[in-house]
Design a protein around this ligand. Structure first.
Ligand SMILES: [Zn+2]
Length: 96
């Protein structure tokens, strides 16, 4: 005696392996890249970008280089480089 066997099948997931509708394309990732680095984008967007970076090497390396550039700019906010340091840098460049 089986009762209510059909409703149960509704809980089964169909179409596994299809692309999720939340997947970003490269343009969207790059448009939100700086927000992502600043952690100013929404939580949902943040995880969607992370998801894309896991799949897309181009965007992953693009974002890494962007993060580096942003980091360097922040670490040197109109900082005056001492003349002695500049001299050392010039010497290193010359010896190359
Ligand atoms: Zn991409």
């Amino acid at each position: 005696m089986m009762s209510g066997g059909s409703w149960f099948s509704r809980f089964r997931r169909g179409g596994s392996g299809s692309k999720s509708s939340t997947e970003l394309d490269c343009d969207e990732v790059r448009a939100s890249g700086s927000d992502y680095i600043d952690e100013e984008c929404e939580e949902e967007m943040h995880s969607r970008i992370m998801e894309h970076l896991g799949l897309c090497r181009d965007c992953d390396s693009w974002l890494k280089s962007l993060a580096q550039t942003v980091g360097i700019l922040r670490e040197t906010p109109e900082m005056q480089i001492p003349e002695s340091t500049m001299e050392r840098i010039r010497r290193i460049n010359r010896s190359k």
